[in-house]
Design a protein around this ligand. Structure first.
Ligand code: CP
Ligand code: NVA
Length: 301
């Protein structure tokens, strides 16, 4: 049987991505109206978490329950994956017992290998390189507040990390301009910069970067797995905080997003999340609706 994986945003066609975002908004409305259906009775999602999570775990688990199915939390501490059973063997065994699998791990190569050996769809719930589920929620949020993101100026502040690289994929697929304001040495992967050079650029000056921005996005300066570099990173990124001074240089109706968890006083000012620019709580909620649309898409494929 043919099935699809979702390891990066680019596993969807541009048209599929637009359709999925539309469906996420429909599912949100149905959920709020009390008219949502439960099409996936008996379907099971396995959730493999090798890193911590609040939003991803809660949204996938609640989402599966709302769709009529169930979710299974698996951590390396309690499974044989943590005791050295190979990715290939684990993928073959787990995928014979469940209908869909979500993985949060370190190396992107690990999820690619898991997907290669899985007999059911695999969803990337964050690797060191990409966080495509978050982009579904971010793009849904932008569309809900401002309409199409096509042709808009999006400014990424901070690390060229998994979120930044997912924004690069989104810029290509949804046709917006992406300016990355990062200090030297913290750029995203050079292959991606080259691939998307028609719409993605680096700007070292935060003030020049943010001028006229329609959407400003940032993330923690030290991602999961980089805890030991925290101090070094705080120093390197100190000029790249998103605060009221920076946001007031953006376009008049600019939005601010952060995938969370956020560290006030570091990558953002103490109060920016509570400002009128911020849509971070809608963004977090939309993880639920966007991933329900994703699960529906993958289970129906
Ligand atoms: N944004 C996000 O993925 O949050 P969690 O790490 O809490 O899942
Ligand atoms: N870049 C962050 C995102 C957390 C949701 C990390 O990988 O830790």
């Amino acid at each position: 049987m043919a099935f699809r994986h979702f390891l990066t945003l680019q596993d969807l066609s541009k048209q599929e991505l637009q359709q999925l975002l539309k469906r996420a908004i429909e599912l949100k409305t149905a959920h709020k109206n009390g008219t949502a259906k439960q099409p996936f009775s008996g379907k099971v999602l396995a959730m493999i978490f090798e890193k911590s999570s609040t939003r991803t775990r809660v949204s996938f688990e609640a989402g599966m329950a709302q769709l009529g199915g169930s979710a299974l939390f698996l951590s390396p501490n309690d499974t044989q994956l943590g005791r050295g059973e190979s990715v290939e063997d684990s993928a073959r065994v787990i995928s014979r017992m469940v209908d869909i699998i979500m993985i949060r791990t370190f190396g992107h190569d690990k999820i690619e290998k898991f997907a290669e050996y899985s007999s059911v769809p695999v969803i990337n719930a964050l690797t060191d390189d990409y966080h495509p589920c978050q982009l579904l929620a971010d793009m849904q949020t932008y569309i809900e507040h401002r309409g199409s993101i096509k042709g808009k100026r999006v400014v990424w502040f901070g690390d060229g990390n998994n979120m930044c690289q997912s924004y690069m994929n989104a810029a290509d697929m949804l046709d917006f301009e992406l300016i990355i304001a990062c200090p030297e040495g913290f750029e995203p992967c050079s292959n991606l910069l080259e691939k998307f050079s028609d719409r993605v650029s680096i700007e070292r000056d935060p003030v020049a970067a943010v001028s006229g921005a329609d959407l400003v996005v940032t993330d923690t300066w030290a991602s999961m797995g980089q805890e030991e570099e925290k101090q070094l990173r705080e120093k390197a990124f100190s000029g790249f905080q998103v605060n009221e001074d920076i946001m007031s240089l953006a376009a008049k109706d600019a939005l601010f997003m952060h995938c969370l968890p956020a560290y006030r006083g570091l990558e953002i000012s103490e109060t920016i999340m509570e400002s009128t620019w911020s849509v971070v709580w809608d963004e977090a909620e939309n993880r639920l609706h966007a991933q329900k649309a994703l699960v529906e898409f993958l289970l129906k494929a």
